[in-house]
Design a protein around this ligand. Structure first.
Ligand SMILES: Cc1ncc(COP(=O)(O)O)c(C=O)c1O
Length: 451
């Protein structure tokens, strides 16, 4: 029996040593990450300056609700929005997989922020950027994208099922860039100057308005379906929020456009044994494994964090979350003749389920109105000096709704996606608002039933 006992003791000691090593190793790693967030050391280029944004206590809303309402100040990213993280993740993953070649062109169909972030970040990776944008989006967004050196196509908003929906055009442009690159390679060999018809578009090396003669292929960023978007938040924004609150938070709320933000953060905050095990299986390195173990242990300290969606007018997600049905048959994208959205908020609201949104773990949803978002933006400007874009204002409406649901004493986190500077021609334009019957008139938060 003695040898068995000794073997058992050795095995137990060895297991303890391995567990202690993992925990110590990972504590020191987390400490290093934490330290690097708050030192004044130079950041490694533009990309190094993305993320680790401050979490701001929104004093006015906290005092009005009796909750701690915290906003993650994503508008402070170098490209001005939460989408910087997504742009980095998409480009890095595509370069790593070889789907994007150095010097290649990243194409995207975007209502603005993601395009601005891709255009900001692409040069840091030696890549170019081509953006297809609906022509009803605030003009300053396409002006910024062009100023950043990307090419822009403004197109009529049509249904996603239409061949010429901006997302479908962007996908096509990447395929065209790939065909062009391959023809250019062949032309190099045959010295041919004029290239053939590609997908119905006539390209010539001299005349092609979109792709340059040194085009090295294209990659469709596909922020709606590309899960790199989700991972940017699951691996970045979620852990930062966890760290900045010390895990002492009760709820998270945000609106969804692609769904990447709400999915990545909600999924991270409620890591379960099941998702931990599935993550573990995709984790090969010991160092990563140790970080995951500590994440898991930390999650177990507060497994009751609730995540909510705030949905703008015209979007079907509220119905999906609360009733399990996205829309009536008439409302489905592709059934309507016109752009299905009926909101002045930009970048949020959708009538289809994206791969990114499907990753979300939500406990409930609220509907916000345009006038609530407008009133909230003016209230925050007046009381807190926060000059925020329309989706951020809607997120803050969501934070108040969650505070009203949970009652005083809770800590609620939301996302401040971008700044008001991107919204001067519509959301902050008195004439535009008056034409749409959205002139703000509240003196406090009475539009949400407070004060
Ligand atoms: C300004 C702004 N806020 C919020 C969102 C929504 O974020 P997500 O796409 O992660 O759902 C977007 C998306 O494009 C956006 O542009």
């Amino acid at each position: 029996m003695a040898p068995v006992k000794i073997t058992g003791a050795i095995a137990a000691a060895l297991s303890m040593a391995v567990i202690s090593y993992l925990i110590c190793n990972c504590r020191s790693k987390l400490k290093k990450t934490r330290t690097s967030n708050f030192t004044r050391e130079p950041k490694n280029g533009l990309v190094g300056a993305i993320g680790n944004t401050p979490l701001i206590r929104i004093n006015s809303l906290s005092e009005a609700t009796g909750c701690e309402i915290l906003g993650k100040a994503e508008f402070l990213n170098p490209g001005g929005s939460v989408k910087d993280r997504v742009a980095v993740q998409i480009i890095e993953e595509a370069l790593k997989s070889g789907e994007l070649a150095p010097g290649g062109i990243v194409t995207e169909g975007s209502a603005g922020s993601t395009a601005i972030s891709l255009a900001t970040v692409a040069p840091a990776y030696g890549c170019n950027c081509h953006v297809v944008i609906p022509d009803d989006v605030a003009i300053e967004k396409s002006q910024i994208i062009e100023a950043l050196g990307a090419t822009v196509e403004r197109v009529r908003p049509v249904s996603i099922t239409h061949r010429d929906h901006y997302v479908n055009i962007a996908r096509r442009r990447a395929a065209e860039a790939n065909e062009l690159a391959s023809k250019l390679r062949k032309a190099d060999q045959t010295d041919a100057k004029v290239l053939n018809d590609i997908n119905g578009f006539i390209f010539s090396v001299e005349k092609n308005p979109i792709f340059s003669s040194d085009c090295n292929g294209g990659y469709f960023a596909d922020q709606f379906e590309n899960l790199a978007n989700f991972r940017a938040h699951y691996e970045g924004t979620g852990p930062e929020i966890w760290e900045q609150t010390g895990g002492n938070m009760h709820a998270f709320v945000a609106a969804a456009g692609t769904g990447g933000t709400v999915a990545g953060i909600s999924r991270f905050l409620q890591v379960s044994l099941l998702s931990f095990v599935s993550l573990l299986s995709s984790c090969l390195e010991l160092s990563n494994l140790s970080i995951l173990i500590v994440h898991f242990l930390q999650q177990e300290k507060n497994p009751s964090i609730k995540s909510f969606l705030i949905d703008p007018p015209g979007s079907g997600l509220f119905n999906k979350v609360t009733r399990g049905v996205m829309y009536t048959r008439e409302e489905a994208e592709g059934k309507r003749l016109k752009n299905p959205f009926d909101t002045i908020t930009e970048g949020i609201g959708i009538n289809r389920l994206t791969q990114n949104f499907l990753m979300a773990k939500l406990d409930g949803a609220f509907q916000g109105t345009d006038i609530e978002a407008v009133e909230m933006s003016r209230f925050l400007l007046k009381n807190d000096g926060l000059f925020l874009g329309s989706s951020s204002a809607m997120n803050c409406v969501g934070a108040v709704r969650v505070a009203q649901l949970l009652g005083p004493g809770h800590t609620i986190v939301t996302i401040l996606c971008d700044s008001g500077m991107r919204h001067l021609s519509k959301f902050y334009n008195a004439e535009y608002l008056s034409q749409h019957g959205l002139t703000p008139s509240a003196s406090g938060l009475e539009f949400l039933g407070l004060g």
